[in-house]
Design a protein around this ligand. Sequence first.
Ligand SMILES: [Cu+2]
Length: 157
Amino acid sequence: MNRRKLLQTSFALAAGTLAGLGLAAQPARPVVEVWKTASCGCCHDWIKHLQDQGFEVQTHDVSNATKNDYRRRLGLADKFGSCHTALVSGYVIEGHVPAREIRRLLKDKPRALGLAVPGMPIGSPGMDGPDYGGHKDAYDVLLVQRGGTASVFQSYR
Ligand SMILES: [Cu+2]
């Protein structure tokens, strides 16, 4: 192979690598799988928030007991419980967690079970807006570990 041919080949290889990187830089949209009861209005509003923020959502309507059972089986204790349980890229997402924190979780990939917003704080996504008179309660998004310990991932005050 002469020098000119070699250069052409390296260029083609580099271009191929760049094309490959371009593909890698645009991963498929992460799918958020949600378990909730069919009648849960605030769950529906939270799902809408995720979709508006570019997440693809798959929902499973189940009984409240089944949903709570599922949360426990995933390793998330009752004290972190809320109205819906979700799974994204292997992380558990419990309750009205903002899309912003889910995005940060998926980007930083911390060693954790997942994120939780226990209860249903007013002002969190899906529990906000005119229906709640624009009222906002302070709440924390918790990063929960497999052992059940938790730290504040993001505070909303
Ligand atoms: Cu709710």
